[in-house]
Design a protein around this ligand. Structure first.
Ligand code: SF4
Ligand code: SF4
Length: 402
């Protein structure tokens, strides 16, 4: 692996340390400045890695706040990949990094059986010994994947098209959100294409140190995005982490692939729909009886893109909906980070302020674009959390979200 990100722009101001949610709650992590740019200089000299590197959650709050534009999280992820290459990776981390592959291997087993097998107390104890905390909110497999269900959706034939990148959370665990996306785009006058060739964006592999596997995913996804981009068809996603991976991580980590296939831009689906509203393509006639109050969580990976909060804005355009930004920092889950035994308590502590705000809000539902943020919010606050587009669909169809 020859890619490196220079630490030289760091002026040691410690802004990133103040905003790092992990360093705030545990002394086990030395913090972004130390583990990122400061240690990178030791690493460049070939000196030993500090083990606390594994505590970086890749939430990117350091990148968001650094006044010098130092990509601290990228420095950390590159160092982690190097560390894993030298010292190997655990079976637990392999399992957490390859959810999509496991779903494929288990596809012939009915979901109810898979979920019983994975989520019953005996298996959870075994998984706990294996390093996946028994209290962690592991999502259940959906009866069918999004792509299986999408094939059966009868869409109108429309001249305008978008390609939808579901991401593995929607595909394996939450197909309803993907179906709600198709519904919303159809209503805005776009036929939705759901290519079979897309795979996981590779972020779980990057975060767990499986560099070659994430490179393989990048190759396949970038080639597929280029195919649609060259036809002038936009590619959208409802998942901020997938979008950020293509926007920030892949150009930094695999510049040769980006040079070959071009930038793999995934447009934010919520932003796209908001533009449709502004152009008069999507009417937001809120037909649902009664008012609905929502508490919104902005995923860290959405804030890192600096494009505002289109999902929240979309909901705020609905007549009967009051939607408030919780503005209470990171939820703590960071993909599979909060599932790990040694990190579960840290993740809960990181998310505690958000859980408190959600609980105290009195809102009917929590809402957020990121699937694992929703799982964590539901687990930490007890409040049901839905994707903004699922709520949008329910209101436009004149029913309560479910
Ligand atoms: S990515 Fe998040 S956890 Fe890692 S150093 Fe940056 S702020 Fe801290
Ligand atoms: S990485 Fe950025 S925010 Fe952190 S200490 Fe260096 S200059 Fe400051």
């Amino acid at each position: 692996m020859s890619v490196r990100v220079s630490p030289d722009k760091c002026i040691a101001c410690t802004t990133c340390v103040v905003h790092c949610p992990v360093a705030r709650v545990t002394p086990k992590f030395l913090g972004p400045r130390m583990i990122g740019p400061a240690y990178e200089r030791f690493r460049l000299l070939g000196l030993a890695e500090d083990e606390s590197l594994t505590y970086c959650a890749n939430c990117k709050n350091c990148d968001i706040t650094c006044p010098q534009g130092v990509p601290v999280s990228s420095i950390n992820m590159l160092a982690r990949a190097e560390h894993c290459k030298k010292h190997g990776t655990s079976m637990r981390d392999w399992v957490l990094a390859h959810g999509e592959l496991q779903a494929k291997l288990l596809q012939l087993i009915p979901a109810a059986l898979k979920n019983f097998g994975m989520l019953n107390p005996v298996t959870r104890k075994v998984l706990d010994m294996f390093g996946i905390d028994k209290r962690a909110p592991l999502p259940a497999f959906a009866p069918k994947t999004f792509r299986q269900m999408a094939r059966k959706v009868e869409q109108p034939s429309l001249p305008r098209k978008v390609v939808f990148f579901p991401g593995c959370f929607v595909d394996v665990y939450d197909p309803q959100t993907g179906l709600d996306m198709i519904w919303a785009f159809n209503r805005a006058g776009y036929e939705v294409i759901t290519p079979e060739k897309f795979g996981c964006c590779g972020l779980p592999m990057i975060a767990n140190g499986f560099w070659q596997d994430s490179r393989r995913q990048a190759k396949r996804n970038l080639a597929e995005i280029a195919r649609w981009r060259d036809q002038g068809i936009p590619v959208v996603t409802g998942c901020p982490s997938c979008a950020l991976t293509f926007r920030q991580d892949l150009p930094e980590f695999f510049p040769d692939l980006v040079e070959k296939h071009g930038a793999g831009v995934l447009e934010d689906a919520q932003d796209f729909l908001l533009d449709c509203v502004d152009r008069g393509e999507l009417e937001l006639e809120d037909k649902a009886p009664g008012d609905l109050s929502l508490i919104y969580h902005a995923p860290c990976h959405l804030r890192a893109q600096g494009n505002g909060l289109p999902g929240l804005k979309l909901l705020q355009r609905l007549k009967g909906v009051s939607a408030r930004n919780a503005d209470a920092g990171c939820c703590g889950i960071s993909g599979s980070y909060g599932f790990k035994k040694e990190k579960y308590d840290i993740a809960q502590e990181v998310g505690s302020e958000l859980f408190h705000v959600v609980r105290e809000s009195g809102a009917d539902f929590a809402t957020s674009e990121c699937g694992t943020c929703r799982v964590q919010i539901q687990h930490g606050s007890g409040k049901k959390a839905l994707h903004p587009v699922s709520i949008l669909r329910a209101r436009l169809e004149g029913r309560r979200p479910a």
